[in-house]
Design a protein around this ligand. Structure first.
Ligand SMILES: Nc1ncnc2c1ncn2[C@@H]1O[C@H](COP(=O)(O)OP(=O)(O)O)[C@@H](O)[C@H]1O
Ligand SMILES: [Mg+2]
Length: 254
């Protein structure tokens, strides 16, 4: 299997409410896998179980061949499964470059290396080079010395992705990356995400603006009432009568 990430029959309840019910999903390496479903269908709970924020009642979570079920979220993050909000929030007063440097694991700061001052300086320069390279990959290179508060909504989202890359992410989990962004900028964000995919990254994305995001998705899972009701290529899932029913039949757009 070329899945980098899987859940196997994951269930999570809150009291009597089964928020995620026997859910198995697979995320292929270098894919953009999208999770859709109306409000309350269990998407956020599933992401929480995937990233170690919540422990499932039953089932397994697998990442890169390891069983990570029940791992604390910081351990999941260190393994390279990064959810944007796990990275310390961008410091809006800091420059774009400093924000990317701040999310980096800096071997120069380890107490063992600190006495090796020369080595530490080399690492600093290396880190700046790496950070600038990451900024190029997300289209923020020319903003490197701007304070982050000067960025637009779309650029702030890309700064989040840049910080994920800087933290060594292999799989980036995004909750509504194009929420509150105009359609042209949304397209730009998704184009950059596609480019990063070609460079080896994998994305698991919850997105409400299905019309804009679907063309970029490789595979879609649709949830309703805690269960997966449809899965497949976007064209198939969006035309699945079961999916249309939960969105249109209930006259609900989210
Ligand atoms: N911490 C919690 N305690 C109790 N109920 C919760 C909690 N988190 C989510 N739920 C419930 O679980 C269901 C799924 O919620 P959620 O995963 O947030 O759905 P979605 O992200 O698809 O909107 C909802 O009915 C919600 O009210
Ligand atoms: Mg949610």
């Amino acid at each position: 299997m070329d899945y980098i990430f899987q859940t196997e029959k994951v269930t999570k309840s809150f009291g009597g409410l089964v928020a995620v019910n026997d859910v198995s999903i697979g995320v292929k390496e270098q894919s953009f896998t999208m999770l859709i479903g109306p409000n309350g269908s269990g998407k956020t709970t599933l992401l929480n179980v995937c990233t170690g924020v919540l422990r499932p009642d039953r089932g397994k979570v697998l990442f890169g061949g390891a069983d990570i079920t029940g791992w604390a979220s910081h351990r999941v993050y260190e393994a390279g499964l990064v959810r944007s909000f796990q990275i310390p929030l961008p410091f809006l007063g800091l420059t774009v470059l400093d924000n990317v440097l701040g999310a980096m694991r800096n071997p120069g700061e380890s107490p063992l290396r600190a006495p090796l001052h020369r080595s530490w300086l080399d690492h600093e320069q290396d880190n700046v080079d790496k950070a600038l390279d990451i900024l190029r990959r997300v289209g923020l290179a020319r903003h490197w010395d701007q304070p982050s508060f000067a960025l637009g909504a779309a650029q702030l989202k890309m700064l989040e992705v840049a910080r994920g890359l800087s933290a060594g992410a292999k799989l980036i989990v995004l909750d509504e990356p194009i929420g509150g962004v105009d359609p042209a900028s949304a397209d730009e964000i998704l184009s950059y995400v596609s480019g990063l995919k070609a460079q080896g990254l994998t994305f698991l994305v919850v997105e409400h603006r299905i019309d804009i995001a679907a063309p970029f998705a490789d595979y879609v899972y649709a949830m309703d009432l805690g269960r997966i009701i449809s899965q497949g290529p976007p064209g198939e899932v969006l035309n699945d009568p079961k999916v249309i029913e939960v969105y249109v039949g209930r006259d609900e757009a989210c």
